[in-house]
Write a protein that binds this ligand. Structure first.
Ligand code: GDP
Length: 297
């Protein structure tokens, strides 16, 4: 068994290939970007992982369901309700399914496992916690929820700090603990270290469990730039270099191996650094990178 730690874009890209060559794995997913919109709980990262493993993710955007329509979203807009996030009609059905279960008293973990079953996914997708955790971005223009910073403000404000509310008291679910305990290794996919993986390893028990395992991470940076998204801004705000070196530093004491892009190798006193092609343009790339990771493990 292998456990992945995942956000909603980089790691799902890798999982799209990994699932083709290895079946036995679970995915522990960041929940610190979850929000309630129009009465339903949206878990952006969990949804992206589920849609990826179900083979229905929109691979252009890496969120939402391929071929989805947005009729309800735009009807609501014409009625004066701006949801902020673009929510597809099929995607919304997932949110309603989840929220109905939550309203009946199921935990987020139970609701997510029901979703996995409904989507006929062989692997377990597990929220990092059932407790309320929420990422706040402190910017030069004030404090905002991660979704407001990234989706509504397009990541433009200058980032001063990142705070993960609720992380100190958050406990992993029994399923998350079991997944790590049963795994011989963990893979930290190429996700945003600060806002996607940071909350997961910010849960003390998860960090402790990982310390005893073989852990391999894939860099979301190529040279001094992330492939996409605001990871660079967040790393700088927290005092880390926005680069593979910064990633090694961020994951110090957790990872044994860091996989970086060809030419990005460096000497590290905390982990082994391995160079390969880490660009994931398509499923073939994802499979090739997955094979390399499995060989390293
Ligand atoms: P979020 O939840 O949508 O923020 O998504 P993640 O945190 O899971 O993924 C975002 C990260 O994926 C960014 O920091 C990107 O640099 C990284 N990423 C995107 N595409 C690629 C790729 O092709 N290769 C690698 N190695 N990283 C990528």
């Amino acid at each position: 068994m292998i456990t992945f730690l995942s956000g909603g874009t980089g790691t799902p890209k890798l999982l799209a290939g990994f699932k083709e060559i290895h079946e036995s794995f679970s995915v522990i997913v960041n929940t610190a970007e979850d929000v309630w919109v129009s009465g339903n709980k949206i878990c952006p990262d969990i949804d992206s992982v589920i849609y990826t493993l179900a083979g229905i993710i929109d691979e252009e955007k890496w969120w939402g369901v391929r071929g989805d329509t947005f009729k309800t979203h735009f009807r609501l807009k014409s009625l004066g309700i701006d949801e902020g996030l673009m929510i597809g009609d099929l995607d919304r059905a997932t949110h309603i399914f989840r929220s109905e279960l939550l309203r009946k008293g199921l935990s987020l973990t139970e609701a997510t496992l029901r979703l996995c079953k409904a989507f006929e996914i062989r692997q377990k997708v597990i929220p990092m916690t059932d407790d309320e955790v929420s990422t706040k971005v402190i910017t030069s223009e004030g404090e905002m929820h991660f979704q407001e910073f990234w989706v509504i403000r397009k990541g433009e404000p200058e980032v001063v700090d990142v705070r993960i509310d609720g992380i100190g008291n958050a406990k992993p679910s029994d399923e998350a603990i079991k997944a790590i305990e049963m795994s011989e290794a963990a893979i930290i996919g190429p996700s945003n270290p600060v806002t996607s993986i940071g909350p997961i390893i910010g849960i003390r028990r998860i960090r402790e469990l990982l310390t005893g395992k073989k852990v391999i991470a894939v860099s979301p940076f190529i040279g001094d730039r992330p492939f996409s998204g605001p990871a660079g801004k967040f790393m700088r705000a927290l005092g880390f270099s926005p680069s593979p070196e910064g990633v090694a530093e961020f994951y110090r004491d957790i990872i044994d191996i860091l996989v970086v892009h060809n030419g990005d190798g460096f000497e590290s006193d905390s982990c082994r650094v391995v160079e390969t092609d880490i660009k994931i343009r398509n499923k073939k790339d994802a499979e090739r990178l997955s094979k390399t990771i499995l060989e390293l493990l």
